[in-house]
Design a protein around this ligand. Structure first.
Ligand SMILES: Cc1cc2nc3c(=O)[nH]c(=O)nc-3n(C[C@H](O)[C@H](O)[C@H](O)COP(=O)(O)OP(=O)(O)OC[C@H]3O[C@@H](n4cnc5c(N)ncnc54)[C@H](O)[C@@H]3O)c2cc1C
Length: 318
């Protein structure tokens, strides 16, 4: 991971910078580029508008590595409020969660209780949803030392019949083995490069290596074996060359357009978003809502310096 990305992760995690930045951001609308809305009501309205343009959404209530128990409870409440609203509006109920926002930082029993509350709501909607609606609880992947616990959470929910899905990071050496297991399970996996900075002992650190591994893993996800197992591939990336190569491979391997999807972050690389939709591919946007936008926005800047100008422009345009 380069100096720029490491520095921006440090900005994302800095408490003093966050205090000043949030105050400025509230006044200027700095976050509007990457955040769909301040609250659940606005988020559902935004998801509806996007759906009218053929774009699906994944709902994420902002907050990561949440230490304050009141904020953990608030996250559960906010998701509990938004899930039925999305369902009633006939939209996808595709909810992304970070274990570290739902109790992982406090204790595992609390995490399990909170995830079960959210999962129960998702399952309830799945029972009456229209065939056009995708209903999923997507688990994000955080630090490399959380992978075993996160996969255990996925498997427990899956075994209990919850429509669950899992994000895996192409940056990590272990992902090839984890993905093989997920393919054998006929799971849904969202493949991303990885936004964290794991050590070289467990991860590829050069951009070329990470891209090469992403391509190799994408090949596994689009194999005949994966198709036969009922596996559902999701490709989370804004990398145009990579995305277009994967789209071509999916077509060549006989995957129907509703058997896989691309997913991008709300506000990032919109020209590629439009290109994919126009070409008839399924596109979902990871759409965060809420007020805790600081760390999220600076991780995006770390991923691509171009996102800094997008962030600044959103502040000026407000
Ligand atoms: C839906 C989704 C969910 C995610 N969930 C997780 C998660 O659970 N855990 C995790 O660690 N990470 C997650 N990430 C972040 C991910 O790991 C990457 O850090 C992030 O997507 C950047 O990698 P990339 O493949 O998009 O492109 P990069 O490797 O950052 O960039 C490659 C190329 O993409 C293009 N590009 C990128 N940004 C822009 C832009 N703003 N404008 C124009 N072109 C651009 C450029 O051509 C650039 O050269 C998620 C990402 C997505 C899209």
């Amino acid at each position: 991971m380069g100096f720029w990305q490491k520095s921006m992760i440090a900005v994302a995690c800095s408490k003093p910078l966050r205090a000043v930045g949030e105050a400025v951001g509230r006044k200027t609308g700095l976050a509007a580029q990457f955040v769909s809305a301040n609250d659940g009501h606005g988020h559902v309205a935004r998801a509806k508008t996007l759906s009218e343009h053929g774009i699906r959404t994944s709902s994420f209530y902002l907050g990561e590595y949440v230490k304050d128990i009141a904020q953990v409870t608030e996250t559960v409440d906010q998701l509990g409020d938004v899930i039925p609203k999305l369902g009633q509006a006939g939209l996808d109920v595709h909810v992304s969660i970070d274990p570290s926002q739902l109790g992982y930082m406090q204790d595992r029993a609390l995490l399990d209780r909170n995830v079960d509350l959210v999962a129960a709501q998702v399952r309830q909607i799945a029972e009456t949803a229209a065939p056009s609606q995708t209903i999923r609880l997507m688990i994000d992947m955080e630090d490399f030392d959380m992978v075993d616990d996160t996969l255990a959470l996925h498997h427990r929910l899956s075994d209990a019949g919850i429509p669950v899905a899992q994000t895996l990071q192409a940056r990590l050496h272990r992902t090839e083995a984890d993905l093989s297991d997920m393919i054998a399970r006929g799971a849904m996996v969202r493949l991303v490069k990885g936004a964290m900075a794991p050590p070289a002992s467990v991860a590829f650190t050069e951009r070329d290596q990470i891209d090469a591994n992403y391509r190799a893993l994408a090949g596994m996800m689009l194999s005949e074996n994966a198709k036969q197992s009922g596996f559902f591939p999701v490709f989370g990336s804004h990398h145009r060359d990579l995305v277009l190569k994967i789209a071509k491979q999916a077509d060549q391997n006989g995957w129907a357009r509703d058997q896989f999807e691309f997913e991008m972050l709300y506000g990032v690389n919109q020209p590629l978003q439009r290109e994919l939709v126009a070409a008839g591919y399924r596109l979902r946007l990871y759409a965060p809502f809420g007020k805790d936008w600081w760390a999220y926005a600076w991780r995006r800047v770390g991923e691509n310096p171009r996102n800094l100008s997008l962030l600044m422009k959103s502040g000026l345009n407000h």
